[in-house]
Design a protein around this ligand. Structure first.
Ligand SMILES: [Zn+2]
Length: 100
């Protein structure tokens, strides 16, 4: 899945790289992790190419939470492209804590 849209809100640097924590060969950041969306991706020109399987071990990666992120932001009445969002939406916190 190619995602040409720009990111409306820059993510905070995650404390965990998720699945990539298992792979020290990823130390140079070949595979990027966006904790907001639980997405793994590589640079593809000016876009992101999402990964569905781990390139190191072949394990299936978790499904993207991108659509859920947008739905949640909009449900709370924010404009994801313009508004300053609560800190929780710049990390995985929105999925793991209750944000009102
Ligand atoms: Zn793996």
């Amino acid at each position: 899945m190619e995602v040409p849209i720009p990111d409306p809100q820059q993510p905070v640097t995650p404390t965990s790289q998720g699945h990539m924590d298992r792979h020290r060969q990823n130390d140079w950041g070949s595979v990027q992790y966006d904790s907001r969306f639980d997405e793994y991706w590589i640079v593809a020109g000016s876009a992101r190419q999402c990964l569905f399987y781990c390139p190191w071990c072949g394990e299936k990666l978790p499904p993207s939470q991108r659509n859920a992120w947008f739905e949640k932001v909009e449900t709370l009445g924010f404009d994801p492209w313009g508004d300053t969002l609560p800190e929780a939406f710049r990390s995985e916190a929105w999925r793991t804590t209750s944000v009102t």
